[in-house]
Design a protein around this ligand. Structure first.
Ligand code: ZN
Length: 99
């Protein structure tokens, strides 16, 4: 049987997935997905791949969270203070390619 992390890695190979997508596909809680992501990032890095996060975007003013390094969804927009933030999508790619 494959571990949850292995299943998450497979699900993210060359495919954009949000934490919600992943939680539904694997039947785990969204919170659990966020807990696994930093470990997955390290794990794939040792195999020459990279876990990429698409920059989340504020759906109210369009602000893009370019500098974000944490994998969780931002709670609040620093520009308009809105809380309607798009869920970031993740994917695993070969490390050489730019996101
Ligand atoms: Zn905003």
């Amino acid at each position: 049987m494959k571990t949850i992390r292995q299943q998450l890695i497979n699900a993210l190979m060359d495919r954009d997935m949000t934490a919600l997508d992943l939680s539904q596909e694997l039947g785990i809680r969204e919170k659990e997905v966020y807990e696994h992501l930093p470990h997955i990032a390290r794990s794939v890095a040792s195999r020459g791949k990279k876990l990429i996060m698409m920059s989340p975007r504020c759906l109210k003013c369009g602000f893009i969270f370019k500098e974000r390094t944490r994998f969780t969804r931002p709670g609040r927009c620093p520009r308009c203070r809105g809380t309607y933030i798009e869920a970031p999508a993740y994917r695993i790619e070969a490390a050489r390619r730019k996101a």
